[in-house]
Design a protein around this ligand. Structure first.
Ligand SMILES: Cc1ncc(COP(=O)(O)O)c(C=O)c1O
Length: 371
């Protein structure tokens, strides 16, 4: 059987046509970061999410960094983040000079556990970054309620959650600012790219300035900024991909449901838990094995069959020296440590056929019998 990657971009003639149009126009970028295709991409994605404002940037990491800066996060501040995430979540905090405070996760959803926020908050805490991990929204009602009581800004890390919904609300509208990534493996992609979505004009205006050298207007710097412009080539790709997102999501949902149907009776593992009020974006389909020795066994066996399985994130950030030295870990992160040795991801992207899902599920069941 041919290799099945864990994720692969879905690129068609529509993307090629738009990218060629950009090349022919010779407008490859814009001095404010707001060229014609960037505007088209922002408008399409903003409409999809149903929020007021969108700012496209050159990565999900720059989106998180710009969001934190726009909220005034700076040296001396503390920002609560889960340890069970990609490095960029905590890295963005460090880029502002603030300190990440690592929080534990709910062992069923793998997202930050809101019930321990009260033990982590101090006078220095200014923000919390819930990560909608694997495409499953965090418990935003509890998080926002806590944030309001404690005067914290909520910045959603939605890098993996294009199209996810929390209690009928699209991710993009569940925090003060939500940050998406369009890295090549994501549900939709620009190659590299990011977007900040907000319903607050003050954040929108600041993020636009941060994207472009802190300029209020061309050549008039009023604050510290960066060159976080997204190129017009990338924006053209992102624009077409946004139009395809509903179809991409429905294929991912079909594949995920089929895996769950095939594997939910399997004793040795748990299929993903999806609360009834949540619509999952299925960036990754995550199994959790009950006996942690099974994880690496299954990983090797499935790789041997050409299946691009993943172990995201087998090294939680609080266990990595670099982050350990620069963060605070006020509590033992038991669920994070436990879950990180048990999770295994299967490919559910649109190019995985029904036959391939059945083939992978069958292999999982057979390998488990052999263990
Ligand atoms: C949870 C999470 N946060 C942040 C990022 C950073 O996004 P980017 O790679 O576009 O900088 C990613 C993806 O790579 C991610 O998965």
């Amino acid at each position: 059987m041919k290799e099945i990657p864990i994720n692969i971009p879905v690129i068609g003639d529509e993307e090629k046509k738009e990218v060629i149009k950009v090349l022919e126009s010779k407008i490859l970028t814009h001095k404010t970061g707001s060229g014609p295709y960037v505007q088209k991409f922002e408008e399409a994605f903003r409409k999809f999410v149903g929020a007021k404002y969108a700012v496209a940037l050159n990565s999900g990491t720059s989106a998180l960094h710009a969001a934190l800066l726009s909220a005034g996060i700076k040296r001396g501040d503390e920002v609560i983040v889960p340890s069970f995430t990609f490095s960029a979540t905590a890295e963005a905090v460090l880029l502002t000079g603030a300190t990440p405070i690592f929080a534990d996760i709910n062992p069923k959803t793998y997202c930050i556990d809101p019930s321990q926020l009260k033990e982590l908050v101090t006078k220095k805490t200014k923000a919390v970054i819930p990560v909608h991990l694997y495409g499953l929204p965090s418990e935003m009602n509890e998080i926002r309620e806590f944030a309001e009581e404690n005067n914290l800004v909520v910045i959603g890390d939605a890098a993996q959650a294009h199209g996810a919904e929390y209690r009928g609300v699209k991710i993009g509208n569940t925090a003060d600012i939500e940050c998406f990534s369009f890295y090549a493996t994501k549900n939709i992609t620009c190659g590299e790219g990011g977007m900040c979505i907000t319903n607050r004009e003050e954040y929108f205006e600041k993020i636009k300035m941060i994207r472009s050298h802190g300029e209020k207007e061309p050549y008039l710097t009023v604050m510290i900024g960066h060159n976080y412009h997204l190129s017009e080539l990338s924006a053209a790709l992102g624009y077409v991909q946004t139009l395809k997102l509903p179809k991409i999501l429905s294929r991912r949902r079909e594949n995920a449901s089929l895996f769950t149907e095939e594997l939910e009776e399997t004793e040795a593992l748990d299929v993903p838990f999806v609360p009834s009020y949540i619509s999952h974006a299925w960036y990754l389909y995550t199994l959790k094995v009950k006996d942690n020795r099974l994880r690496d066994f299954l990983f090797k066996k499935l790789r041997g069959e050409g299946v691009g399985v993943g172990k995201y994130y087998e090294k939680p950030l609080h266990t990595i020296d670099f982050f350990k030295k620069r963060s605070k870990i006020p509590k033992e992160l038991k669920n994070t440590v436990n879950v990180s040795s048990r999770i295994l991801q299967l490919p559910v992207h649109p190019e995985v056929s029904k036959e391939q899902v059945l083939f992978i599920a069958e292999k999982v069941k057979n390998f488990l019998k052999k263990f």
